[in-house]
Ligand binder design. Sequence first.
Ligand SMILES: O=C(O)CCC(=O)C(=O)O
Ligand SMILES: [Fe+2]
Length: 366
Amino acid sequence: MAATKDHDAAAALAAFHESRAGVRGLVESGVNAVPPIFLTASPQPQSSPPTPAAFSIPAVDFSLPRSDTVALVRAAARSCGFFHAINHGVPSGTVASAITAARAFHEQPRAARSAFYSMEPVGAVAYSTIPNAPQQGAPVLPWRDTLRVRFGPGEPDLGRLPAACRDALREYQRSLTAFGKEMAGLLSEALGVGAERLEEAMRVEGWLMACHYYPPCPEPERVVGSLEHTDPSLFTVLAQDGVGGLQVRRGDGGAGGEWVDVAPVNGALLVNIGDVLKQAVSNDELKSVEHRMVIKSTQDARVSIALFFNPAKRGASDHFGPLPELVTAEKPAQYRSFTVPEFMSSRREYGHSRSSIERFKMSSGQ
Ligand SMILES: O=C(O)CCC(=O)C(=O)O
Ligand SMILES: [Fe+2]
């Protein structure tokens, strides 16, 4: 019985990928019931339960005197792990054009976008519905299509992308690179190790971009946009439209925390701390917080763009571990050092487990 079910799911998954049209393709063809490979065993609440004290993601204003901005980054990165960057210097038109371009890519006619459908990157580009990491009760697929673009190392091969989308995404990545350098300096100062420390240690680059498209769903509570996960990055910067659906886990980062909605803030960029910064640098001073996507709408598609900042130093001898300045007799190193390729191979690019944390965690007595 179970074997038949597995076989059916594998066949349905293969047929879905062969359609090369993504979840958007299903919606275009007028499905009014969600196919089983998208169904979750535990229906998702579309809104977080009302919290006793209203919760909102902290804002960090980049136009304040620098020491004030650093203090806000420090407080947010230690408590919530997420913050909205405001007055961040990235032109609002650049962000808006990138969101429009990502939407245009995902909404172009089926035949045009299916030419890009690929699980693995072709050149710098892959467009697909990325399966969920296998997990008890989790659906095989999320209700989401993703265009991944790799901007480095070297010159990205973006020639195959439609011109409108190519130019806007390139411009956005260029602008975000400057923002990311600024962010790295602020985080470095927030850790008390001097503004240049992170950059000198690892060279911080935002090379991997994920343009997500969450189509409207006829039965939103029965699917997931993204399973809960932490990001395999130093930090991630997210631009999103106004539809919403992102939730973060509050509390100590453990499995018991409640889920709360992250309401989109017009003009803000959402920054979150990833596992590489938490572990390989901060020695658990900063928080890498679990988040997930629920589908909110039966009408509107949601678009978001995640840019993952990571060390550009990726050689076999480039080992990263807790910064020596942050290791003390009272707080010994919580993680052993690792190379970026070692870290990435310990989890999928969009992995949903925290196994990498366990893998690099020092066991007592080590
Ligand atoms: O689309 C979103 O808001 C979240 C995406 C995300 O968490 C990711 O790409 O890691
Ligand atoms: Fe994420």
